[in-house]
Design a protein around this ligand. Structure first.
Ligand SMILES: NC(=O)c1ccc[n+]([C@@H]2O[C@H](COP(=O)([O-])OP(=O)(O)OC[C@H]3O[C@@H](n4cnc5c(N)ncnc54)[C@H](O)[C@@H]3O)[C@@H](O)[C@H]2O)c1
Length: 436
């Protein structure tokens, strides 16, 4: 497993869980040291226990030794990062470096599996990079390159991997398809969920999935803002449309915008590909634009109530991670909210159940933030409460205690967590997204 981040670590651990012998490689020596010391560098429910179990059984190991990693397995997964480049395209340097590392060392047939989210055509580039290295060594060895995009959700990654909705395999090599069937058959004992397709379709499938999900979120966010103007309640509307099976319940929650390491960068990367081909995706352009504005929707509401000058104001902020059950802060809406409040002179006392260390690292440059040890601790001396991430522990707070702690008795809820009538009955002024 080349790359031991959210995807590589979960994939490697779950593959070990079903009996495989897995060696996880990373260039980040700090991560490997944490893992070799019995820790886990990320927060993912159920992962630590599964890692320990498989390390103890001798099926899961971690290394920075590239030679050992390439020698270890016939199947080499590339699960390295593909962050956005300055122009919005996916930065492929880590994927290509991993491919070259394999080509430089392999001595027998390999299946090289692109698990990272990569633009259409990447399998060809990976194949060319490996072939190039083999040529430089003057050796001829057969190998196959397969696209196997990952659909796991952070916060439920172990469950998603162990019980996948589907496994997409893009391949044009029968032997490689058989190897992939063998890898994934333990995960589909109840029924077959392996979809084999051509490589380019598999690569596009991953972007299509994330683009569709991001579209649903931006669509609902725009409707919620309209509901605010119309005096309608988006929560009622959500239930009215979600009950239609053609629409369904998932990803219809309006809020403070989507973030994370996937949607923002994948929407950008797909748009970049489309634009280069002279076919920019108009819907996706709007999805991104709506999301950028939505991240500041809460601040808009705060300014609407308290005025543009927030100097001397103090806000309690609940939820830093881009979504619950993860410590991932990449592109988190909380960052946009904190930066906008700080830019207007306010201070922020933030609380998150698991992401505060990561937030400290990311927010190092923003001086106006402090971190509280508890949700109620964040309210000390605050004018208003701002809820940005829908952690379970925020769902049923003591509203009387909140009223008692806040100077201005204002709650700005970016995730529509509360019943407006209940919050108001407690003597608080309540602002949510698209709610009456
Ligand atoms: N995080 C998710 O929920 C998720 C879900 C589906 C797909 N993906 C995709 O999977 C890929 C990985 O995402 P992630 O969130 O796991 O990233 P990550 O940043 O958490 O992990 C990537 C790891 O790869 C390592 N790495 C980089 N170059 C390397 C090399 N040459 N050899 C060995 N290790 C190397 C990095 O040090 C890092 O630890 C991305 O393309 C992402 O879009 C992510």
């Amino acid at each position: 497993m080349i790359g031991t981040g959210y995807v590589g670590l979960v994939t490697g651990t779950c593959l070990a869980e079903v009996g495989n012998d897995v060696l996880c490689l990373d260039v980040d020596a700090r991560k490997i040291a944490i893992l070799n010391d019995g820790g886990v560098p990320i927060h993912e429910p159920g992962l630590l226990e599964m890692i320990r179990r498989n390390v103890d059984a001798g099926r899961l190991r971690f290394t920075t030794d590239v030679d050992a990693a390439v020698a270890h397995g016939e199947t080499q997964f590339i699960a390295v990062g593909t962050p956005p480049d300055e122009d919005g395209s996916a930065d492929m340097q880590y994927v290509i470096a991993a491919a070259r590392a394999i080509g430089r060392r392999m001595t027998a047939w390999k299946v090289v599996v692109d698990k990272s989210t990569v633009p259409v055509g990447t399998a060809d580039r990976v194949r060319a990079a490996i072939a190039d290295e083999l040529r430089a060594r003057g050796v001829e060895l057969p190998f196959a390159v397969v696209s196997n995009p990952e659909f796991l959700k952070e916060g439920a990654a172990v469950d998603d991997f162990m019980k996948p909705d589907r496994v997409v395999i893009g391949a044009d090599d029968e032997r490689a398809v058989e190897a992939m069937r063998a890898v994934y058959s333990p995960f589909m004992r109840s029924h077959e969920r392996l979809l084999v397709m051509d490589v380019r379709s598999a690569e596009l499938t991953k972007y299509a999935a994330n683009a569709m999900l991001a579209t649903r979120i931006s669509f609902m966010n725009e409707l919620a803002n309209l509901a605010d103007d119309l005096g309608a309640d988006i929560e009622q509307v959500r239930q009215g449309i979600g009950s239609d099976p053609r629409i369904g319940w998932h990803f219809l929650y309006p809020g403070a915008g989507y973030g994370g390491s996937c949607f923002p960068k994948d929407v950008k990367a797909l748009q970049h590909t489309a634009t280069q081909l002279g076919r920019p995706l108009r819907i996706l352009g709007a999805v991104e634009e709506v999301n950028d504005l939505q991240k500041l929707r809460l601040v808009e509401k705060i300014v609407g109530r308290l005025g543009a000058d927030l100097a001397g104001r103090r806000f309690a902020l609940w939820g830093l991670a881009f979504k619950p059950n993860t410590d991932d802060m990449r592109e988190a809406p909380s960052l946009a909210v904190i930066e906008a409040l700080a830019a207007r002179g306010a201070t922020v006392a933030a609380y998150d159940p698991v992401a505060m260390d990561e937030a400290r690292r990311v927010l190092g440059s923003v001086a106006r933030v402090t971190f509280a040890l508890s949700p109620m601790g964040a309210l000390d001396g605050a004018d208003a409460l701002v809820v940005v991430t829908e952690w379970k522990e925020f769902r049923s707070p003591d509203f009387d205690a909140i009223r008692g702690a806040l100077k201005e008795r204002l709650v700005f809820d970016g995730r529509n967590l509360y019943d407006p009538a209940r919050v108001r009955a407690a003597g608080l002024e309540y602002f949510a997204i698209g709610r009456r």
